[in-house]
Design a protein around this ligand. Sequence first.
Ligand code: NAP
Ligand code: GDD
Length: 381
Amino acid sequence: MSKTALIIGITGQDGSYLAQHLLKKNYIVHGIKRRTSLFNTSRIDKFYKDRHEQSTRLLLHYGDLTDSTNLIRIIKETEPDEIYNLAAMSHVHVSFEMPEYTGQTDALGTLRVLEAVRILGLTKKTRIYQASTSELFGKIQQSPQNEKTPFYPRSPYAAAKLYAYWVTVNYREAYNMFSCNGILFNHESPLRGETFVTRKISRAVAKIVLGLQDVLYLGNLNAKRDWGHAEDYVESMHLILQHTIPDDFVIATGISHSVRDFLRLAFLEVGITLEFYGEGIREAGRIANINIDLLEQKVPNFSRELQVGKRVISVLDEYFRPTEVDELLGDASKARKVLGWKPRYSFEDIVSEMVLSDLALFQKAKLLQDSGHEVLFESIV
Ligand code: NAP
Ligand code: GDD
């Protein structure tokens, strides 16, 4: 018998990787996607078959975490063995601009999912994974951070996720539900949303070397994150729900790097060495050296405007947050010991994969442009 999973937020980075992982494990996968005026399924299109085909094991439903009635109906119809609540307004900086909506979705949305399962009498059948986050540690109280580290959220996003974390624990204790938190540190991939810093950098490297962008504008280059790969991290979500008891787990690599490290390595991938000058919001980065052989090998049609001394990075005030999470470093030894989980991708693998993927994407688009087509490079994802 196949198990049935419901992924809320299936159109996101993690939703896409998790759906593929569960389909490989022979699950029937239901996904909730939002109604949007344009297609929003680009991350799942490559493995989504039309629902009218008999063999399809991936089914999509319109829904929204802010709509209880709709959640109750979908959960009633699908009766899932496992629910993965990955849906969220997931951008920390944007949460300062949309704090109420962030609370509605990320905090109360989680409550709506838990309540739907309870109201429908599915508490014994349905296991629930809640996408908790290392942002909970915020202004860190100890390093590295593990399951016992006190939380100190630093944004409306993190405060909403704090509510979601505790209500998940509370429903476990109050109603014996199998509801678990995965406290995941940052995880990236070529499918990462384009306004998160890693993807913003990988896209910019590709566009700058192809002559499609002049300068990359960023905020705090000194922030440090424990960056892993989404493909590794979705495996931990599944393992958390297969464990014998419901529990909460930190998922991280145990290695931290700065935004500046990511930048340097991303440009090095195409043979460009950066040097930084200036300070604070006046800091900038320019090309210190070009390894022409490597650049030519990776980008045969590179822009001839690239030269030593060219400014390619500028720090801008507007990309700083009102309150910042300066550094995160996770200790996932509990997940390793109890679940047997460990990451396969290194930091270097992630940077390389993301830059090469964006290079391929923009090279294709540039070829189209060169052959006379109109191409809107900004909207390419
Ligand atoms: P993502 O790419 O931003 O995906 C978020 C998903 O949630 C998308 O499918 C989005 O739909 C959906 N969504 C947003 N608001 C919704 C609403 N009101 N109702 C229903 N669906 C809604 O995020 P991700 O990187 O995959 O992360 C997955 C989850 O893990 C999020 O909850 C995030 O906060 C959490 N998390 C992420 C990381 C990380 O580093 N990636 C680390 C820790 C925790 P659209 O496609 O229509 O926008
Ligand atoms: N987005 C962005 N854009 N971040 C920048 C920029 C910029 O131009 N310049 C510097 N940064 C810094 C941010 O200030 C932050 O310290 C760091 O880069 C990482 O920012 P993001 O990539 O936006 O990720 P995040 O750490 O804030 O949040 C992500 O990880 C969390 C887990 O810790 C998101 O995926 C959250 O949903 C997730 O919970």
